[in-house]
Design a protein around this ligand. Structure first.
Ligand code: TRP
Length: 434
């Protein structure tokens, strides 16, 4: 059982892996429609505020906890807090199972769309096509394909699998998203898209639901609240400058979300499909955009596979971090080998995914429970843990980051404002559920 712990090979490798976890389906669609619906530029400001005041402190807390303990969530909480905290870590792992099982179903659609738009061209009726492929045997098959790819990468290991894949795919994703945004800017009618996306409306800033949407999106987008960042950080050594690295991760995540919005809205508006943006479901991504691509002619048949590949890549690098939470827990707490943990964990998650693959209501429900409730509750627990329970968190962060003066501010944020805000967001999402 006592094998030496795996580690990331380079600073950039870790940053790319963490950015890979953060940049996912949440950036590519969720951020832009939330922005468009909730006050445009005003929402972006709120979002930046929450990223800095809530997201960044909790991200740094996860990194400190993981690197300090050199263990995955369950063992890390027990290490610093005693065995009474083990169940909290176990909830992170449970959240990993739950989240990946439906995330992978959606990711399966993206791969299918990428392959089909390359080989078969566009369906004449995107709506009917989506209804036909989003559930049932076809959805299960592509979910299985996606899980096989994820399990293979995680099975190879942290350095040779996760890190290498992120080092290749993340820069590529960034270039593709920027490329599409630049192309979209050249289309007639793009201006209406920018207007829709970014026109500032400050009235929402006083609405509890808009504010809590901004906070929970900032949180979701940074992959916080279930020990994913914690697990990646458990593979870091003490040379890492955690405050700088958390800033880079948070800024890159924001940049990709923002630029994805600059790509998506001009495309939709240039083609006069704006009525369809109102439906804020994940379905809009798979119905409205294919319509836009198919009306675009030849440019569309290049853009469509590229866009859906980018989505699949974004989903893949997030999925492997979810899977790694489960795998690392089995390695650290059960003494399993990586191979066994990846195969068994992957099989259980694949089986769990059959539920959401058969019924979109199940998928929606899992997204609400995991995405809204469990992540926010997990973040609250992490903030309290690092703020009040963990011994000397500032000392841990200061290793490799001597002379950072604002660490006391970080700890204070974790102790009081972050738990208060997250408790309010949790209350809002529970209220919204019933
Ligand atoms: N951040 C991912 C996205 O933007 C989704 C996500 C939320 C996630 N929590 C996570 C990914 C935990 C990995 C681990 O789509």
């Amino acid at each position: 059982m006592v094998q030496p712990r795996e580690s990331f090979g380079s600073r950039l490798g870790f940053i790319m892996a963490a950015v890979g976890s953060a940049v996912g389906l949440g950036n590519m669609w969720r951020f832009s429609y939330l922005t468009a619906e909730n006050g445009g530029a005003a929402f972006v400001l709120l979002y930046i505020g929450f990223t800095l005041l809530i997201g960044l402190p909790v991200l740094l807390a996860e990194l400190a906890l993981g690197r300090g303990a050199q263990r995955s969530p369950i063992a890390a909480l027990v290490h610093y807090g005693g065995s009474g905290w083990g169940w909290r870590g176990a909830m992170f792992v449970a959240c990993g199972f739950l989240s990946l099982s439906y995330y992978s179903v959606i990711a399966g659609w993206t791969i299918r769309y990428a392959v089909e738009s390359l080989t078969l061209g566009f369906p004449s009726d995107p709506e009917a096509h989506f209804a036909a492929i989003s559930t049932g045997g076809a959805a299960i098959a592509w979910h299985l394909v996606f899980m096989l790819v994820s399990v293979t990468i995680v099975l190879v290991g942290v350095h040779k699998g996760i890190e290498r894949v992120a080092l290749v795919l993340m820069p590529l994703l960034f270039v593709v998203v920027c490329g599409i945004a630049i192309y979209a800017a050249t289309l007639d009618g793009a201006g209406a898209g920018y207007t829709y996306y970014l026109t500032a409306d400050f009235s929402g800033m006083f609405s509890f639901s808009v504010v809590s949407d901004a906070a929970s999106q900032a949180f979701f987008s940074l992959s916080l609240g279930m020990g994913a960042m914690l697990t990646y950080a458990s593979y870091l050594s003490e040379e890492h400058h955690l405050p700088d690295e958390s800033l880079v991760i948070a800024m890159t995540d924001f940049a990709v979300a923002f630029i994805a919005g600059l790509a998506v809205f001009p495309l939709i508006f240039a083609l006069g499909l704006s009525e369809a943006v109102g439906e804020s479901t994940v379905g809009a991504l798979f119905i409205t955009l294919p319509k836009a691509f198919s009306e675009m002619g030849p440019a569309g048949s290049v853009l469509a596979p590229v866009f859906f590949m980018a989505l699949a890549v974004a989903a893949l690098t997030s999925a492997i971090s979810l899977l790694e939470v489960v795998v690392a827990a089995a390695i650290d707490s059960l003494g399993w080998t990586r191979t066994r943990a990846a195969l068994v964990g992957g099989a259980v998650i694949t089986a769990l995914g059959v539920g959401p693959a058969l019924d979109l209501r199940v998928l929606d429900w899992m997204d609400k429970i995991a995405g809204n409730l469990l992540l926010v509750a997990g973040g609250l627990a992490l903030a309290v843990f690092v703020g009040w329970v963990m011994q000397s968190p500032m000392g841990e962060v200061a290793r490799g980051a001597e002379g950072v003066r604002w660490l006391f501010l970080w700890r204070w944020l974790l102790r009081v404002p972050v738990p208060l805000v997250l408790a309010a967001v949790l209350y809002a999402s529970i209220a919204a559920l019933f």
